[in-house]
Ligand binder design. Structure first.
Ligand SMILES: [Zn+2]
Length: 105
């Protein structure tokens, strides 16, 4: 399976627990305290937003990061944010390094 481009995630749906999260891609995701987010997860509205300017690997890591925020909500667990960040990177790396997702294509 080739690694998706960030725009490939636009209007995709992700089942997490008993819920479905809709993922959309946006040119910019401004934060309240200035700056921009790579991604956002609205656990109440079941929506994930990804910033369009990311590369493929970065985008996969961000999607997994936001899905883990969805997991926190749907499985009623709380993950330390640094732990969540490292786990999302580790899962992306495992999928890539073991050939499940092909970065070359
Ligand atoms: Zn986060």
């Amino acid at each position: 399976m080739r690694i998706p481009r960030i725009r490939d995630y636009n209007n995709t749906h992700w089942v997490v627990g008993d819920e479905v999260y809709k993922c959309t891609v946006h040119k910019k995701l401004p934060l309240k305290n200035n700056g921009e987010a790579f991604g956002l997860c609205d656990q109440a509205k079941k929506k994930i937003k990804l910033a369009a300017w990311q590369g493929k690997i970065e985008g996969l890591r961000t999607l997994l990061h936001e899905l883990l925020h969805a997991v926190e909500q749907e499985y009623q667990i709380t993950l330390n944010h640094e732990t969540l960040d490292i786990v999302s990177i580790a899962i992306a790396d495992i999928l890539i390094m073991n050939g499940f997702i092909d970065v070359q294509k």
